[in-house]
Design a binder for this molecule. Structure first.
Ligand code: GSH
Length: 215
């Protein structure tokens, strides 16, 4: 089947903020141009607000930035209800998604810190924040029945949460979820969704046997 629209996702040559968007395209088996710029390349030109990622739809017809706006646009484009079936579910999807990014920023702050002292400070903060936030996410997951973060079917929020849990384990070791059995079961189950498992195991370097992150 020929695709109705052309998509070009522009980001740096890393997972970062673009990876859940790539995951979403893979989930829906949609072709997209995955442009990965080198740090020294001009990324300002072409982006609505000079930041990455941005998504170009139909060769310049529409250009959208802001990761969450792109995620919701892609989610809604390919499956009704994938950004929440009701208004309240849509708001909950957004609430969790925005929180993932806030928490990820706390994690990334260590890497972005200008001095080793500040990096250490950020690291200490992160190690305190991590279990607190995971506890809250697990509580919400349990309250919703344990299978999905919102509603009774998969949403874009679950794919973002999968990525969030992956980043944490990659950075802090696969034991980062040890005290969170429900999150561990959720992570292993979402990871194996037939629509994404091949992509995830390949691109994220996850050893299927041990379910370890080898990078
Ligand atoms: N809120 C924006 C933040 C985008 C952002 O900070 N992008 C970074 C890369 S991860 C960037 O473009 N940094 C370079 C710059 O701001 O000039 C989003 O979610 O897309």
């Amino acid at each position: 089947m020929t695709q109705k629209h052309h998509y070009k996702l522009v980001y740096f040559d890393t997972k970062g903020r673009a990876e859940p968007i790539r995951l979403l395209f893979n989930y829906f088996d949609v072709d997209f141009e995955d442009v990965r710029l080198k740090k020294e390349e001009d990324y300002k030109n072409g982006s609505p607000f000079g930041q990455l990622p941005y998504l170009d739809v139909d060769r310049g017809k529409h250009v959208i930035s802001q990761t969450s706006a792109i995620l919701r646009y892609v989610a809604k484009s390919f499956q009704a209800g994938f950004a929440g079936k009701t208004r309240i579910d849509a708001a909950k999807c957004d609430m969790f998604n925005d929180t993932f990014w806030d928490v990820l920023y706390a994690y990334w702050s260590e890497k972005l810190a200008p001095t080793p002292e500040m990096a250490e400070e950020m690291r200490m903060k992160w190690l305190q924040i991590r279990p607190e936030k995971l506890e809250i996410f697990q509580k919400y997951l349990r309250k919703n029945g344990g299978r999905y973060m919102v509603g009774d079917e998969l949403t874009y929020t679950d794919l973002c949460f999968l990525y969030f849990l992956y980043v944490i384990q990659r950075g802090d070791g696969s034991g980062a979820l040890d005290d969170f059995p429900l999150l561990t079961e959720y992570y292993n189950r979402i990871l194996r969704l037939p629509q994404i498992t091949e992509y995830v195991l390949r691109e994220w370097n996850i050893d299927e046997e041990k379910n370890r992150h080898s990078d």
